[in-house]
Design a protein around this ligand. Structure first.
Ligand SMILES: Cc1cc2nc3c(=O)[nH]c(=O)nc-3n(C[C@H](O)[C@H](O)[C@H](O)COP(=O)(O)O)c2cc1C
Length: 373
């Protein structure tokens, strides 16, 4: 057993968290993680309020161990989501991106443990000042929306800056990584891509196979999808979108290079694709054109996005849904950490967490032997 301030805070057996993943981490994956002694998190940003309420009830029916709900503080109905978390007696709430002090206070008053996701030291310090109980610090190798600082630099920096438990994320997949995170001052690890690639994850097998086939150069960070840096699997569609020119361009040139826009006919083609997808999104979300345009105008003005980027941002849920739920890796978008390049199996959550803990303990023994030798 490895005890840390995180296992103590959450009342879990192992310092391993399943990171929130839209359309992926629902009741099945979250409960399987919690039953295996880690902390499962339901990703609620892609759920309606009614779906979230059902997901909480289903997760509770699948596990008696602690679990959590991940939510966006900037969602228009964030207060209602907090209400569902409190009413459902969910032990943990985690914020994707920045939390809001009043939401943190409401959760804490109701006895819910709060976690903030951060990608920079100053965000961790701010969240700690608002009374958050722990932070998940995610380095640049992580999947989904990421910052630029690599895990190996971010975790020691954040761990030195705050005195609440730090959960290290971005690139973790095994027991050696857990020990490295503990050495950097973290109290545990969170993993997204590794949990997506388990037999308990609901992602269609055809899509899991695309992840398994990826090499270490199989992902790219681009802002061309939704206006902010997003690490995704490199597929033909993504390559077209970011204007990938092969290894000579290098992964480094992919990092951050997606902030500009395509020119000429490729730009026009991307916009047509965007408009088509935006229309699909409108149909699926039930949102009116008026509301979509209102949100788009806000993003355009407040977020400094071009209209093309606004269209792509509206697409993102549709594109993620196409891959993660409909099983169409050719049409969809697959958020992924670089770690996909090191993963080649689909264990259950119990097998995965068991193997990580066994390896971590062996690793600690080896280090202790090295010290006494
Ligand atoms: C498929 C996928 C979907 C994700 N969706 C979300 C999400 O909805 N909300 C969120 O805060 N983070 C999301 N993330 C980011 C993860 O929570 C986590 O930060 C990341 O996976 C950690 O890096 P790793 O993949 O190297 O373990 C997603 C990541 C992946 C791989």
């Amino acid at each position: 057993m490895i005890r840390t301030p995180l296992t103590e805070l959450l009342g879990i057996r192992h310092p391993v968290v399943q990171a929130a993943m839209g359309y992926v981490s629902g009741p099945r994956l979250a409960a399987a993680t919690s039953n295996a002694g880690g902390l499962g998190l339901i990703a609620s940003a892609t759920m309606s309020l009614a779906e979230l309420e059902r997901a909480i009830a289903e997760t509770r029916s699948r596990t008696s161990a602690p679990f959590g709900v991940n939510l966006r503080a900037d969602a228009p109905d964030a207060a209602e989501r907090v209400g569902l978390i409190v009413a459902g007696r969910v032990p943990v709430a985690s914020f994707a991106q920045a939390p809001k002090p009043e939401l943190v206070a409401a959760l804490k008053d109701a006895g819910v443990i709060t976690i903030a996701s951060v990608g920079a030291r100053r965000h961790a310090e701010k969240a700690a000042g608002w009374g958050i109980d722990a932070v998940i610090a995610t380095g640049g190798e992580g999947g989904g929306h990421v910052g630029a600082v690599p895990t190996s630099l971010l975790i020691p920096q954040v761990a030195s800056a705050v005195d609440i438990p730090v959960i290290a994320a971005g690139g973790f997949f095994d027991g050696r990584g857990l020990v490295a995170a503990l050495a950097w001052g973290a109290a545990g690890i969170a993993m997204g891509t590794r949990f997506l690639l388990t037999s308990d994850s609901p992602v269609p097998d055809a899509v899991k196979q695309v992840y398994l086939a990826a090499g270490l150069d199989g992902t790219v960070v681009t802002a061309r999808v939704d206006g902010v840096p997003h690490r995704v699997l490199r597929t033909r569609m993504v390559d077209q979108l970011v204007g990938w020119h092969g290894p000579a361009g290098g992964l480094g040139s992919g990092l951050g290079s997606g902030s500009g826009w395509l020119s000429g006919p490729r730009r026009a083609a991307a916009l047509v694709r965007s408009a088509r997808n935006a229309a699909g999104f409108r149909g699926q979300s039930g949102m009116s054109w008026r509301e979509m345009l209102r949100q788009g105008r806000t993003m355009h003005q407040a977020g400094g996005l071009t209209w093309g980027q606004v269209l792509m941002a509206a697409n993102t849920p549709v594109l993620l849904h196409a891959a993660m739920v409909d099983g169409r890796p050719d049409l969809g978008l697959m958020s992924s950490g670089q770690v996909a390049g090191l993963i080649d199996d689909l264990p259950s959550c119990a097998e995965l967490i068991g193997a990580i803990m066994t390896e971590a303990e062996a690793c600690l023994d080896r280090l202790a032997t090295a010290r006494s030798a």
